[in-house]
Design a protein around this ligand. Structure first.
Ligand SMILES: [Cu+2]
Length: 512
């Protein structure tokens, strides 16, 4: 039997006594026989597959309906936990659309409090982006529309209310948003959703003894969990029916980085990053993913074999000092995520993995003479400022790429920098010895302490002076504490509007 809980190596570290004590008490509880929290072990359960929402389609116009609602689910076996979900008890359906589709999503807030829904990785007008300026009050429906211009990729959606993004995502408001196009159509790779094309939503949680979610922010660590989950449960098991499986990996956690590897260190092919396919597949045996990021991988399975997707200790602790003064972000943890059994002997053999995926992904943005901006991240601030909903930090008044140079100025904290309405190539990563995977088009990049990433950023061009986009750390405790800024995209020579956003009643309407 595989225990899903995290095997923590040591609990004498942490920024303050509180962290150490909380961690120590969890460790003791988990090891204390009769008082072991219910459901931390248990038999493996089938990996839940989020339902596929294809929407109501007429030609290339497609409408999805989502309701954010309260529910109850069994994150732990035989334990009921109050959770939030879209159109269900926990998490949300996988939306799927094609490049060129005119998408409308009608989102009804069935919760008792305001939230917003953001389309992470999507290029779209600011008014549809779902950031903190687009509140949906309880009982209201918000209906953004846009034309999908992204290429095939695994994007996702989650709340973005200022100061509450972490809590709302932690309770379960998250889902994948899969984009397909002519390139993905043409590739001979697994694409049968739920059969050999599998979303893998990684999160982590903490629980009270009664099974409810522990929603207390730990000092420095926010809602870092001690119990990993895949698609909403612990101890998930996947019975493969094919010899090759495509996993769409999404780190939907608040604060946890995972260093993914298989239990036998088998190699696998990484075929796509946050914002789409690589030009060529990349063979690896481990892969770092941080909050907000996605990778797609192909893994080959022999009939009947057992293998486990794990998270293992990070080389060099991701550059974070291992001393008693530094918070324990979990980089030394190792734990099982998903047990997998290979297919039956009769499963057909697999074709060769394509040598080329998206040749266009070789092309980098032309950044000769592109404007350059610098962003220095330190604790909860960017360029010495914390988020202000009324302040525009960056004005982009052209349709073209920019160089954003982003530095993690903390010596002992990681950050994970994300830009809305954009994709970027990481031109260079300096100031760190840590090897961070930065291949392909991305929208979120991990920054070990001291690291500087030069990003060649390509934005969606939908000039609108009143509707800002966010850039922020995707470690959600950092974001919620203020590590976020706003940019607007305007016509050449344009200025941001005096009044940002439209207020809840301008763009959401009451139903019923
Ligand atoms: Cu951060």
């Amino acid at each position: 039997m595989q225990l899903p809980e995290i095997n923590r190596r040591a609990f004498i570290k942490g920024a303050g006594a509180t962290v150490a004590m909380v961690a120590a008490s969890r460790f003791l509880v988990a090891c204390a026989g009769d008082s072991t929290p219910r459901g931390y072990g248990g038999e493996p359960r089938p990996l839940p597959i989020p339902p596929l929402a294809e929407g109501e389609r007429e030609g290339n116009r497609v409408i999805y309906r989502l309701t954010a609602q309260e529910g109850q689910s069994n994150i732990l076996p035989d334990v009921t936990t109050r959770t939030w979900g879209f159109n269900g008890d926990h998490l949300g359906p996988t939306l799927t659309a094609r490049k060129g589709d005119e998408v409308t999503v009608e989102i009804t807030n069935g919760l008792g409090e305001m939230t917003t829904i953001h389309w992470h990785g999507m290029k779209l007008p600011g008014i549809a982006d779902g950031g903190p300026h687009s509140p949906i009050e309880p009982g209201e429906t918000w209906s953004p529309s846009w034309t999908v211009s992204n290429t095939a990729a695994t994007l996702w959606y989650h709340p973005h209310p200022h100061g509450l993004t972490g809590l709302h995502a932690y309770r379960g408001l998250a889902g994948a948003f899969v984009i397909e196009d002519e390139v993905s159509d043409s590739l001979d790779i697994p694409k049968d959703y739920g059969v050999d094309d599998i979303p893998v939503v990684l999160m982590d949680h903490r629980f009270h003894e009664d099974g409810s979610l522990d929603e207390e922010d730990l000092p420095d660590l926010g809602l870092l969990g001690d119990t990993p989950t895949v698609n909403g449960i612990t101890g998930a098991h996947f019975d493969a029916t094919t010899r090759r499986v495509r996993f769409r990996l999404l780190d939907g956690s608040n604060m946890r980085f995972f260093n993914l590897a298989f239990s036998d260190d088998r190699p696998f092919q990484v075929i796509a990053g946050d914002s789409g396919f690589f030009a060529e597949p990349l063979e690896r045996s481990s892969l770092i993913i941080g909050p907000g990021e996605r990778w797609e991988i192909l893994v080959d399975l022999e009939p009947g074999e057992d293998v486990t997707l794990r998270s293992v200790a990070f080389p060099g602790n991701f550059g974070v000092p291992e001393d008693e003064y530094t918070p324990d972000f979990g980089f030394a943890d190792s734990f099982d995520l998903l047990t997998i059994t290979g297919p039956a002997e009769e499963a057909p053999s697999t074709p060769a993995i394509p040598g080329v995926f998206d040749p266009a992904a070789r092309q980098d943005p032309d950044v000769i003479d592109a404007p350059e901006r610098t962003f220095v991240l330190n604790t909860f601030s960017i360029n010495d400022q914390m988020m202000d909903m009324q302040r525009v930090d960056v004005v982009i008044d052209h349709d073209g790429p920019e160089i954003w140079e982003v530095t993690n100025d903390n010596s002992d904290w990681p950050h994970n920098f994300h830009i809305h309405n954009a994709r970027f190539k990481v031109v260079s990563m300096t100031g760190t010895d840590i090897e961070v995977p930065v291949d392909g088009w991305k929208d979120t990049v991990g920054l070990p302490p001291g690291a500087t990433a030069r990003l060649a950023v390509e934005f969606g061009y939908h000039p609108d002076p009143a509707w800002p986009y966010m850039y922020h750390c995707h470690m959600l405790y950092h974001e919620d504490q203020g590590m976020m800024g706003q940019f607007v995209i305007v016509e050449p020579g344009g200025q941001p509007a005096d009044q940002l956003g439209g207020g809840s009643h301008a763009h959401a309407h009451h139903v019923g």
